[in-house]
Write a protein that binds this ligand. Structure first.
Ligand code: PDD
Length: 284
């Protein structure tokens, strides 16, 4: 009983969605990724709030209340043998004759939840850091919506794989940083943690918030402002965050070393803080 589809828990092999689903036809849907540590969903309320923001952004009524979502996710967590994993939530506008506008009358949305293993980076991977490339951010102007239509992100991430790298850093208008293809990006300069503002050009990351909270609580100076492309190359450190990769140092960009090419001092502070924070959440 490892996935949830439209009210029913079932083995993934039995989960079927009609080809006329608007997610399949148009990418007409939104999603969430929620890490689970020691059988507790990390920042579940915040993820569900962001899901609501995404649903509002595509004008799709939320099929469940927060309490219903919590019951579905907790039932799923209880059924699994894994302690640590992540939950993937996927909601589409449902199944209807192929036509671009919303179906009239509305049809029931498709609601899907599955669990996947969390890729825990090894100590060596953390010590080595992530090599990145820069790419042009050619997405639409509602990147704050966690939309399932991820083709630009897929192509950008593949460009990083083709270059032997672990993430693509997106530059808007050949000018400023937005985020990674599936992560948020922080810059460190002269001991200050810099982050781009949460606006319509990037996903408001849950891990991004946790990092800024940890910085504030532990005396790491932080500043939220537009970050220009050149600043990435002259940064002392670059740091990547996401629910699945947590906090990782970026050690090279387009083949240039960042700082001395090793994880920096602010990362060395933040990484254990994040791990401790996670463990505290699990004990609660
Ligand atoms: N992606 N920006 C983009 C474009 C993302 O896809 C993600 C996460 C983030 C980081 O957000 P958070 O800290 O809330 O995970 C930023 C998830 C992990 C994914 O698509 O699998």
């Amino acid at each position: 009983m490892d996935v949830y589809l439209n009210g029913v828990f079932m083995p993934i092999e039995e989960a079927r969605v009609p080809v006329l689903d608007r997610g399949f036809m148009f990418g007409d849907g939104v999603y969430e990724v929620i890490p689970v540590y020691a059988r507790r969903a990390f920042r579940m309320r915040e993820h569900l709030q962001r899901l609501q923001h995404s649903l509002d952004g595509i004008r799709l009524p939320n099929p469940h209340t927060t309490e219903e979502w919590e019951t579905i996710l907790e039932t799923m967590i209880a059924q699994l043998t894994l302690d640590d994993h992540y939950l993937y939530l996927h909601i589409t506008r449902g199944v209807a004759k192929r036509d671009h506008p919303f179906p009239v009358p509305p049809v029931p949305p498709t609601v899907f939840v599955m669990s996947s293993p969390l890729p825990h980076p090894s100590a060596e991977q953390v010590a080595r850091g992530v090599d990145c490339i820069t790419v042009q951010d050619n997405r639409w102007l509602r990147c704050d919506i966690k939309a399932i239509s991820l083709l630009p992100n897929v192509l950008m991430r593949q460009a990083s794989v083709d270059a032997g790298c672990g993430e693509a850093i997106l530059i808007r208008d050949d000018s400023f940083l937005t985020e990674g293809s599936a992560s948020n990006i922080f810059v460190v300069k002269n001991g200050v943690l810099l982050a781009p503002p949460k606006d319509h050009l990037m996903l408001p990351g849950i891990t991004y918030d946790v990092i800024l909270e940890l910085a504030a609580a532990h005396g790491i100076k932080a500043e939220i402002r537009k970050i220009m492309k050149e600043e990435l190359f002259s940064a002392d450190e670059l740091i990547l965050t996401s629910s699945t990769r947590e906090v990782m140092p970026i050690t090279s960009l387009d083949g240039h070393a960042i700082g001395d090419g090793k994880p920096g001092a602010v990362f060395a502070q933040l990484h254990p803080l994040y791990q401790t924070f996670k463990k505290e959440i699990m004990r609660k």
